[in-house]
Ligand binder design. Structure first.
Ligand code: ADP
Ligand code: MG
Length: 389
């Protein structure tokens, strides 16, 4: 209990009701450069052990109140003191008493009258064992963490390989139809050599097939560029409000043609550093879906606003068939087309691009019920200091 020791010096709790014994043990341990704290009975030992977390406890067996064995059992029953090694100091040399001590959870015992050098030697041995045990425990915990991390990485990799395989299959599948059609049109032109006025229709249809193939490739290339992080270079000061209004204007004739009403509302200052081409395409994809899946006489509303946290929300609401809740996590997958898409043009890459654009801008895409219909919201995350003033 003398000064001069630092925090790393091991601390021993000595428990004994006889002051003379305490004195002998304390002197011995301190002369071996160990920190010592004491308790005079079982109850004091329990509270002191929990409070000062000693590295080892030397515990007398015969004490008034709670005896040494019971004290040991209670130490072992408590999470905060369970791992502290206990050595009994006992004058009882009968074998069965030693066994009771070990059963109570002790690691060793010394016999009274105490041989101080033996006490010091045993204490040091158990302190070393305890240090090794602690090391091993942290080592094991680190190994467990590492195994977990590797397992997770492996699962992600497998998942990625699956999705790459699925996407490759889907690409092959989706390109085969327009390419096969294109081939048969060209073949019929080559074989039949129709009159020039009939040729025109076939060539137009062939051009539409080629456009479809090009559209798939463009969408895939965009996605690949975003994945590779190349598109970050396309960030400029952009006015999201202008961009959303332009998209609305662009789609207005199509909406009218389909007998749908389309309105746009942008509020506040919506300037932000962004890849405006990609955002325009993402907004276009959302409006295109709303137009495509909403039956005639439906209404579509596009809104953009800045949120309290600085992020920007662009939402497209329609009153079409809606997206069932169980499908909402799937619709952003590459080449996913849901029930609503039957008989409509498209390849299922539109929302995949919206999701990638959202991620690129630190945001997300979410679908909610518009009762009836869908509200698709593209969120662009808040930028730090990048806002144009
Ligand atoms: N506004 C919407 N209303 C109903 N379903 C939608 C809507 N937008 C998307 N979906 C569903 O999500 C699927 C994926 O959309 P998308 O990736 O844009 O592909 P595509 O438009 O080529 O079908 C669609 O096939 C459709 O089932
Ligand atoms: Mg689409």
């Amino acid at each position: 209990m003398d000064g001069g020791f630092d925090e790393t010096t091991p601390m021993i709790l000595v428990v004994d009701d006889t002051p003379a014994n305490l004195g002998v043990v304390v002197d011995c341990l301190e002369s071996h450069r160990l920190r010592v704290t004491i308790a005079r009975d079982g109850a004091e030992a329990l509270s002191r052990a929990a409070l000062s977390q000693p590295d080892l406890i030397l515990l007398d067996v015969m004490m008034p109140g709670i005896d040494g064995f019971e004290t040991c059992r209670r130490l072992k029953a408590q999470d905060s003191t369970r791992d502290i090694p206990v050595i009994f100091m006992t004058s009882l040399t009968q074998t069965e008493e030693k066994v009771v001590g070990f059963q109570a959870g002790a690691v060793d015992y010394v016999t009274k009258p105490l041989q101080v050098e033996e006490v010091a030697a045993r204490v040091n041995t158990h302190l070393k064992l305890r240090t090794l045990q602690k090391l091993q425990l942290t080592h094991n915990a680190r190994l467990r963490d590492e195994i977990e991390t590797r397992k997770r990485a492996e699962a992600e990799l497998t998942e990625m390989m699956h999705s790459v395989r699925n996407v490759s299959n889907a690409i092959a599948h989706d390109l085969r139809t327009p390419l096969a059609e294109l081939r048969s049109r060209l073949e019929s032109l080559a074989v039949m050599r129709p009159a020039p006025e009939e040729t025109f229709g076939e060539v137009e249809a062939a051009l539409a097939d080629v456009d479809r193939v090009i559209a798939i490739f463009n969408a895939l290339l965009r996605l690949a560029e975003i994945d590779a992080g190349i598109r970050q270079a396309g960030f400029v000061d952009a006015d999201i409000g202008d961009l959303v209004s332009d998209a609305g204007e662009f789609y207005l004739p199509v909406a009218e043609l389909r007998g749908l009403s389309l309105s746009v509302a942008c509020v506040g200052d919506l300037r932000r550093v962004a890849d405006h081409l990609l955002i325009a395409q993402a907004v276009g994809n959302l409006i295109d879906n709303a137009l495509k899946f909403t039956p005639p006489n439906g209404t579509i509303h596009v809104a953009a606003q800045r949120n309290a946290d600085g992020s920007i929300s662009i939402s497209v609401s329609d009153n079409g068939p809606g997206i069932p809740e169980r499908d909402r996590h799937k619709v952003t997958g590459r080449f996913y087309r849901g029930d609503a898409s039957r008989g409509t043009p498209g390849v299922g890459l539109g929302l995949a691009l919206v999701a990638a654009v959202a991620t690129l801008h630190g945001g997300s895409v979410a679908f909610t019920d518009n009762q009836p219909g869908t509200t698709a919201t593209l969120l662009l995350g808040a930028t730090q200091g990048a806002r144009v003033s």
